[in-house]
Design a protein around this ligand. Structure first.
Ligand SMILES: Nc1ncnc2c1ncn2[C@@H]1O[C@H](COP(=O)(O)OP(=O)(O)O)[C@@H](O)[C@H]1O
Ligand SMILES: [Mg+2]
Length: 287
């Protein structure tokens, strides 16, 4: 794959994590949402973040690219400290692609326009180059045939794939996904997860907030369970999803994997691969 990722230079220490989060706190007024997060993501690693609604998952992702300003702590991406007051934040942000639950496409512009406009405005690319990059990335998400369509003519799954292609067109070194399939009808979830699976296989560094436990088990190198603004438990996906060590994690997983059954804590179905890609468990607390 001829990826137009960022330039290779500039990183000191090849073993340095791609994302470093240190002592991160975030408050909104007196709502202390993130209460000391320490987390590293290695280059090429896929980390899935799970946890109940309101636990601070979105806030964490938004702090990683400084869409929210941390109240305390440090965030480094590719060795650059984003929380350094002197950093060129626009340059630093260009290394980070973000995909939201709501696809946030420009409705009045074609698919191609959605992919070329940010490249031209933010990266200053010429028309021909932007178009070539757009084509390459539409192909990557399997939508080469929809270049001239408008967002409203596409299914939700296709729109989300366009949003992923748009982010990729900026050549990010890191991709953040915030519940990318939660707004989709169940039958459209798989096509978006497939694209993400391919990206992961290509070695993209990814942080993914998701309730798709089968995806997490299959694709994530590591699963991080958050509750109440802290990391309660983390480890290899298989371990955290099927043999969680902490009771809070078990309770959460029971609710997500089988929302219809509210079990007594501790009564756990701990084995088999009950995760399924289509039985989309929605946000457990309804939000
Ligand atoms: N921009 C904001 N202003 C005020 N409160 C916010 C803002 N964003 C999130 N919050 C609050 O932070 C808490 C965590 O929210 P969020 O990070 O969205 O959780 P999650 O993604 O895990 O559901 C919630 O109480 C939410 O109301
Ligand atoms: Mg959220």
């Amino acid at each position: 794959m001829s990826r137009t990722t960022g330039t290779a230079g500039g990183t000191m220490g090849a073993d340095r994590p791609e994302i470093e989060i240190r002592g991160l706190h975030k408050s909104f007024g007196d709502n202390h949402v993130l209460r000391g997060i320490d987390l590293d993501v290695a280059r090429g690693e896929v980390v899935c973040v799970i946890g109940p609604s309101g636990s601070g998952k979105s806030t964490l992702l938004r702090c990683v690219n400084l869409l929210e300003e941390p109240s305390r702590g440090r965030v480094l991406v590719g060795g650059t400290e984003l929380t350094d007051p002197d950093v060129d934040i626009d340059a630093a942000r260009r290394r980070i692609g973000m995909v939201f639950q709501q696809f946030n496409l420009f409705p009045h512009v074609s698919v191609t326009g959605n992919l070329t406009l940010p490249q031209r405005r933010v990266l200053g690319r010429g028309k021909a180059e932007a178009l070539a990059v757009a084509r390459e990335n539409l192909e990557r998400v399997g939508l080469a045939g929809k270049a001239d369509a408008y967002p409203a003519q596409l299914s939700g799954g296709q729109q989300q794939r366009v949003a992923i292609a748009r982010a990729l067109s900026m050549g990010p070194e890191v991709m953040l996904f915030d519940e990318p399939t939660s707004a989709l009808d169940p039958e459209l979830v798989g096509e978006v997860l497939s694209v993400m699976r391919v990206l992961a296989g290509e070695g993209m560094t990814m942080m993914v907030v998701t309730h798709e436990m089968s995806f997490a088990r299959e694709v994530a190198d590591r699963v991080v369970f958050m509750d109440g603004g802290v990391v309660v438990e983390q480890g290899p996906a298989e371990q955290v999803v099927t043999r969680p060590a902490r009771e809070r994690t078990r309770d959460f997983l029971n609710r997500v994997l089988d929302p219809a059954a509210v079990r007594a804590p501790g009564v756990q179905q701990d084995d088999d691969g009950r995760g399924r890609e289509d039985g989309r468990p929605d946000a457990p607390a309804g939000g």
